[in-house]
Ligand binder design. Structure first.
Ligand code: AMP
Length: 414
């Protein structure tokens, strides 16, 4: 532990007051590492997950720079641009920007799909100090010159790995081509596959690299468990878990939109307050689902990967992977919804025989096996890649936290 404070990082007084009001007392490691470099105009490559405090890390120096310059943006002109892969993440960033800029006179405009384009254009009519947007709608407004990027001095690309997963590379290149060469850029990504490294290479000039090592003391305290259970037993296992009040705020991940609706329907029938969030839901529906979940009005949120990316809800007690994700990396993003900002949390995966390969990939990536609760997996019949003796769901549930229950494991999950 160091004695770093926000003041010692070189932040100005109006920002320090906003931080205190927000109850951010001590900088997170990613904030201590990146804020000084960003304040002296360096480009930056940040490798950090949501939950590390990265939003404030890039927002605070941006606010300090923009307010020091005292320039009023011309109509339709942006002075800074933050790009996020999803609408929800853009709205969360906006919330942080607004909270941290309460003592400054800066205008922020959010430009995202699924919301009124007209209102966004009206917002740009007076110019924007900061535009926070998703790539598609930003390109759309650029094309009609209702968003002009020629004066941008600060550029942030958040969650670059997910941007590429979602196929935004062309839009990003178009947007970057419209930015002036003289700017500060920073790129954030939870992972650094070759495509992201190559994008970083083309965007950043001599960047400082900051990284949150996934060391024991910095890794979130997430306890992870897996149930080996056939697909047909998953619903009843979920229902039996939800009888336990310790499952107080739960995200359930499914692989498909249809699956999300189905699970939400089953829970609703049993009187559990639940919402589903996925790509077929309208923006107002998604926002309401998140509001209900945040306020505790809904105890369970059933989500697909894309919809849940970047959801910042504190106090999530359990993340349940009803289906394992198609790619191992999404597992890390999913379980990162719990144990945020130092809290503890539990992630439980339901794994049927067809998902065992993915489970192995996940374990390889995490570098550690995930604790099995309930029955051990039946042996695989390699000729058909099916288990020889599928375990009965009832049996798995009866023994679900039996002798395998680890020290300090499932809280009151009897
Ligand atoms: P982020 O990684 O930006 O999504 O932030 C993760 C969570 O940590 C958010 O809920 C923030 O409000 C919170 N947070 C960020 N910085 C701090 C800090 N210095 N102290 C306490 N909480 C923080």
């Amino acid at each position: 532990m160091t004695n770093t404070t926000f003041a010692s990082l070189g932040l100005a007084e109006p920002l320090l007051r906003a931080l205190s009001a927000r109850k951010f007392e001590i900088p997170t490691p990613i904030q201590s590492d990146s804020i000084p470099s960003l304040l002296v105009n360096k480009d930056l490559l940040g490798i950090a997950q949501t939950g590390s405090g990265k939003t404030a890390a890039f927002t605070l120096p941006m606010l300090q720079h923009l307010s020091a310059q005292q320039i009023r943006p011309a109509p339709f002109v942006a002075r800074a641009l933050i790009l996020a892969p999803t609408r929800e993440l853009a709205l969360q960033i906006d919330e942080t920007v607004r909270a941290l800029s309460v003592n400054l006179r800066l205008r922020t405009v959010v430009i995202i799909g699924g919301a009124s384009r007209y209102k966004q254009v009206e917002g740009m009519r007076r110019g924007a100090d900061i535009v926070i947007g998703t790539p598609g709608r930003v390109c759309d407004l650029m094309q009609t010159r209702e968003l002009q990027l020629g004066a941008v001095t600060r550029f942030v690309l958040d969650e670059a790995d997910r941007m590429l997963d979602l196929g935004f590379i062309k839009d990003i290149r178009r947007i970057v081509a419209a930015l002036p060469a003289m700017r500060q850029s920073c790129l954030w990504s939870a992972t650094m596959p070759a495509e992201v490294a190559s994008l970083a290479n083309s965007l950043l000039r001599d960047p400082v690299r900051v990284e949150i090592a996934r060391k024991e003391e910095t890794a979130p305290k997430i306890e992870q468990f897996v149930h080996h259970i056939p697909q047909s037993g998953k619903q009843s296992l979920l229902l039996s878990m939800l009888q336990d009040a310790a499952f107080s705020r739960v995200i359930v991940f499914t692989r498909t939109k249809h699956g999300a609706n189905k699970v939400a329907g089953v829970l609703e029938e049993k009187g559990i307050q639940v919402n589903a969030i996925h790509g077929n839901k309208s923006q107002p529906q998604r926002e309401k689902a998140l509001r209900d979940f945040r306020s505790g009005r809904a105890r369970v949120l059933v989500a697909t990967d894309i919809a849940a990316r970047g959801i910042d809800v504190t106090g999530i007690s359990h993340v349940i992977n009803f289906d394992l994700p198609a790619e191992a990396e999404s597992y890390v993003h999913r379980i990162g919804r719990t144990a945020r900002a130092g809290a503890a949390g539990t992630a439980i995966a339901f794994c049927d025989s067809s998902e065992r390969g993915t489970l192995r990939q996940i374990e390889r990536m995490m570098g550690t096996p995930i604790t099995v609760v309930g029955d051990a997996p039946p042996p695989m019949d390699h000729r058909h890649a099916q288990p020889k003796r599928p375990s009965a769901p009832g049996q798995a549930q009866r023994r679900r936290f039996g002798n395998n229950r680890p020290k300090g494991g499932m809280r009151s999950a009897a």
